[in-house]
Write a new protein. Structure first.
Ligand code: PGA
Length: 225
């Protein structure tokens, strides 16, 4: 079911509430975190709540293959919007890396659940989750991927020119994401409504990566226009 919220502020505070409960109620929390425009308000809200992040371990969903100090790298994004503004331990902030099997081992290596406790996702206009582009195997694990033309076009707004958009990324796989205990999908904007409906109510198919979420028994979906 898609929960429709009345404003972007409400979307941001609702997802921040879910993260806050996770952090406060569990001794250790393994979070999978997104980047992009949609979660910016949520990160702002989380920072303003001055939570204790000392027992939080984060795994970003994906990273571009690019210089990590570039202002548009996801490492820069996370430092700017969350990590540098909380008391999280830098050693507990993980990004997909090669060898990708070692990244998967890193997730499993912490005490508690084998997988992620709480995974926050966005959805791309082509139905991708993380950088699992259409056609990705439902069994996929963390790996290097080529970005689709649609994603490169969508993300060109963050760069001076479309030629500057990285063409490859490392992404958590759909299989990796599906091992999360709770998955929360956040979507903002009418331009995402069509793909969200297809993903949540249409056929479960690798052509629409987000449709795999219909097979998970603990998914919450939030939308605002
Ligand atoms: P956006 O990206 O929040 O910038 O729209 C979402 C995504 O592509 O997963």
């Amino acid at each position: 079911m898609i929960n429709v919220l009345k404003s972007y502020n409400k979307l941001s505070s609702t997802i921040a509430d879910i993260i806050e409960s996770q952090i406060k109620e569990q001794t250790i929390s393994k979070l999978a975190l997104p980047t992009g425009d949609t979660p910016l308000g949520m990160y702002e809200e989380l920072v303003s709540r001055k939570l204790d992040w000392k027992s939080v371990i984060t795994f970003n969903l994906d990273v571009y293959l690019m210089n990590i100090d570039h202002p548009q790298s996801y490492q820069s994004y996370m430092r700017k919007n969350l990590f540098d503004r909380t008391n999280i331990y830098p050693d507990y902030c993980h990004y997909p890396f090669r060898p990708t099997e070692a990244f998967e081992d890193k997730i499993k290596g912490y005490p508690g659940n084998k997988g992620i406790d709480l995974c926050i996702l966005g959805i791309g206009t082509n139905g991708h989750i993380a950088f699992n582009e259409p056609g990705s195997s439902f069994k996929s694990r963390t790996r290097v991927v080529d970005l689709s033309e649609q994603t490169i076009k969508d993300n060109s707004r963050f760069f001076d020119s479309i030629d500057d958009v990285p063409k490859q990324a490392i992404t958590m796989g759909l299989g990796t994401i599906m091992e999360s205990k709770l998955i929360v999908l956040m979507t903002n904007g009418e331009h995402k409504l069509n793909i969200l409906n297809i993903a949540m109510n249409g056929e479960v198919t690798e052509t629409v990566p987000a449709s795999i979420l219909q097979n998970h028994d603990n998914v919450e979906v939030y939308y605002c226009d």
